[in-house]
Design a protein around this ligand. Sequence first.
Ligand SMILES: O=C(O)CCC(=O)C(=O)O
Ligand SMILES: [Fe+2]
Length: 249
Amino acid sequence: MQYEQKRLFRQPFPKKVENNLLNLSANSYRWGNPEATCLKQFSWSEAFHISTTEIPTMRTEHKSLRSTIEAFVKTLSGLARSIAEILAQPLGIKPVYFEENCPARTSYLRLNRYAPCPFSSQVYGLISHTDTDFLTIVYQDQVGGLEIYKDGRWLGVKPNPEALIVNIGDFFEALSNGIYKSIKHRVVTSQKVERFSVAYFYCPSYDVVIKSCGKPALYRQFTLREYKQQTQIDVQEIGEKVGLSRFLL
Ligand SMILES: O=C(O)CCC(=O)C(=O)O
Ligand SMILES: [Fe+2]
């Protein structure tokens, strides 16, 4: 995967922005963040956002990339479902919940590249955020840079070639009524070394209503569609996602 990922990002910038390099939908290739109005909101990274439905029609010059991604997504989707089922069991959520509500088409893969950054003390590779999905499975290379916010401080996640990182996302926090926490995380930049990571986002269908499982419910019911619309409004108006607190009861 990493070999293919590097080869892809080494393509010239104009080819990547053309958006049809891989025959993916518009806006699949992203760099920085257009909504940023100050350095604090800017992410020093580039990414390919690949919906699982688009993999079969990816351009054939990239056959080996496509088959690698296909195999990767197949493994990670099975893994994500198993982890979600295990986590849901003590909450009294039926194991079929995920099979019924998370069809392959809504989950997606993101290939990230963080270029060396000359002002690394001032700019993040990815600004602090929580993921919007149920859970995210991340593979990071050996450079390091991913940090999680725990007990009031930022902790680096040590690279381990044998391990994947599993992050709880906003939807699991809502579903579990706050028992599982959507972890705040960010990526710091390096002045000298480029960094690669791959993230698989395990999401429900757009119109599945997410209900908190406990009583009293902490959050009002919402769908991914509503959540994304709210996020879009927040990003346009205040420059960042507000997230779950918008849905607190
Ligand atoms: O690059 C990483 O380690 C994390 C990526 C991430 O948080 C994301 O893509 O949402
Ligand atoms: Fe993330």
